[in-house]
Design a protein around this ligand. Structure first.
Ligand SMILES: [Zn+2]
Length: 283
């Protein structure tokens, strides 16, 4: 079987909308097909005003969405993606990192730090899908592990917002081992009695889904696709179409994998409510 995922022409259905590219443009909703003024979409938190489809957010938009204004302070900014295997697809991995950094201004697929959410302190990690599909490379894994240790040390609840295509193929086994490393750190964190509250957004695949399922309270954003792999990979490997709704958050909620599924407009309030109850319990 020849699955050449690098040379295939990709049809990008929903581009990540950077401010520069998207200003004064019309965006077509992938779900209902309606055209929306980008500015209207942005004001509506990138939720389609016609059908409620949740467009993907950038990491900075996501931090602005959940953190109280001006309260987010980043940690571990020195940890950056590096090429350990000399991997090459259409570009060398080094070139891909350089190009992605130029396009996004990011060094890694996750940003971590401390913030207030609805007035409550929390350790916060947010995936950046715009950095190589939010894939879980070794720098991503290291930053998340250090965030979990930071939360444990400072006795903070831990919120991680996932948006990830899975492991980073460019880093091979170094990428895969991050899942075990992070889950071990989460176990130790939870044993200390602290709250781990993952938020799954579209998409959250493979390691991201596995890590999130260890959460104390697992939240997902409406319509998010969650699972081992995306429909495209499943189709090409298994030569079979898996019904899209099977991997949607709403289906996972029905089958007991999630605690709640929320509309983006209610996400911050929902997190804050859980933090409020958690704080009462720990006082
Ligand atoms: Zn729509």
């Amino acid at each position: 079987m020849n699955i050449n995922i690098f040379r295939r022409k990709r049809k990008i259905i929903v581009p990540v909308l950077t401010e520069e590219k998207a200003k004064e443009t019309l965006v077509r909703c992938q779900s209902c097909g309606n055209l929306i003024e980008y500015e209207d979409l942005r004001k509506n938190l990138k939720v389609c005003p016609y059908c409620g489809y949740h467009f993907r957010m950038t990491v900075s938009e996501r931090i602005n969405l959940i953190a109280d204004s001006g309260t987010f302070s980043e940690i571990d900014t020195e940890i950056k993606a590096v090429d350990m295997l000399g991997f090459k697809d259409l570009l060398t991995y080094k070139e891909r990192i350089k190009q992605t950094k130029k396009e996004t201004g990011l060094d890694c697929a996750v940003i971590t730090g401390k913030a207030k959410i609805g007035g409550f302190n929390a350790a916060v990690g947010v995936f950046a899908f715009e950095f190589i599909g939010g894939s879980l490379g070794s720098a991503t894994g290291e930053k998340l592990t250090k965030l979990i240790e930071y939360a444990k040390k400072h006795k903070l609840p831990l919120i991680i917002v996932f948006s990830s295509g899975g492991e980073r193929i460019h880093e091979g086994i170094y990428s895969l081992m991050q899942v075990a490393k992070i889950i071990q750190a989460v176990d130790s964190f939870k044993e200390s009695g602290r709250l781990f509250m993952p938020v799954l957004t579209n998409p959250s695949y493979c390691g991201a889904a596995a890590i999130a399922m260890t959460g104390s309270i697992v939240i997902a954003e409406k319509g998010s696709l969650i699972g081992v792999s995306g429909p495209r990979i499943t189709r090409e490997v298994a030569n079979k179409n898996i019904p899209g709704k099977l991997k949607q958050a709403e289906s996972l909620l029905q089958n007991g994998f999630l605690d709640t599924v929320v509309d983006r407009h209610l996400l911050k309030t929902t997190i804050a409510q859980f933090l409020k109850h958690y704080n009462r319990r720990t006082i």
